[in-house]
Design a protein around this ligand. Sequence first.
Ligand code: SF4
Ligand code: SF4
Length: 343
Amino acid sequence: MKSLLPVINTGLPTNLVQPFAARVAREASPMRRIAVEQLQINLGKLCNQTCTHCHVDAGPTKKRENMDAKTAARVVELSRDCRALRTVDLTGGAPEMNPSFCYLVREFRGRGIRVIDRCNLTILQQPGYEWAAPFLADHGVDVVASLPCYLEQNVDGQRGDGVFRQSIDALRRLNDLGYGDDSSRLRLDLVFNPTGPSLPPDQASLQADYKRELQARYGIRFNQLLTITNIPIKRYAMFLAKNQRLEQYMHLLEENFNSAAAESVMCRSLLSIAWDGAIYDCDFNQMIDLPASSSAVGSHSTKPPTIWNTDSLHQFANRRIATADHCYGCTAGAGSSCSGALL
Ligand code: SF4
Ligand code: SF4
């Protein structure tokens, strides 16, 4: 068993597999961003839950690590020259808990940009957040909601006691507001991630199971199921390490490397902004503080890029993407992204 010290220090499971960069160099095209079509904005680590697989280490006590109004306004300003921008993905923590959430939704929806709320569902049922579901519907925000299983025991095991029941109530509420019907403009997608250290099953087959079971058991409708591989960083890497399964999981990801998935990874068209304005190639890199290339700041700069030392997000197109071994999580099997399977 190799030392788990690197995991504990950095969140990165280093030296457990052959380097991801070398594998991509042999079997796929260089890891470069083609365009900034999607902006993922992480509003912070504040969340009403503390799930075991959480790569953000979010929770109810993380009040300090939250995007302030000045930072939110700067992100909006910088996004204006991003000609390819089609989608803004608001994530967290629970993004609805950030005071700038409604401002960001109004700004981007006002420009006709698709906005996704990456919602944990239970927040919609919390006292003080009764406004959230109708607000999302009124502004045409698409909801991507976590529901790792249609069985209560599995959901509560991963996300906490009582989470499943609250999630079902929140889904019913969203359905009542018009979410989840094929004919509706209000899109409701569900997210599945494995409860154990395995790859997700086939997305289309699992979606059929979810649709059948959620309709039959609870009368719930949704549009699409997105299967997402758990990325071995932070709380999830620690969880695996503690159970002596991290090395096994890394080998599973490596053995299932798929060069076609590597060509479609989300960082090739997405940019990620942290709660403090730092710029990353994706939300996962953000969580392990692996910054985007500083070449977008200026040819001689070695400082990591932030929204404060950058005058355009557009210039992050055609830039090299920073990778490490956790990237095997995006390229295994059918591939994985925040929009589900890649292939
Ligand atoms: S996985 Fe989502 S809902 Fe769970 S603690 Fe992390 S941010 Fe919160
Ligand atoms: S973790 Fe995935 S999305 Fe992020 S840089 Fe690696 S391959 Fe790209």
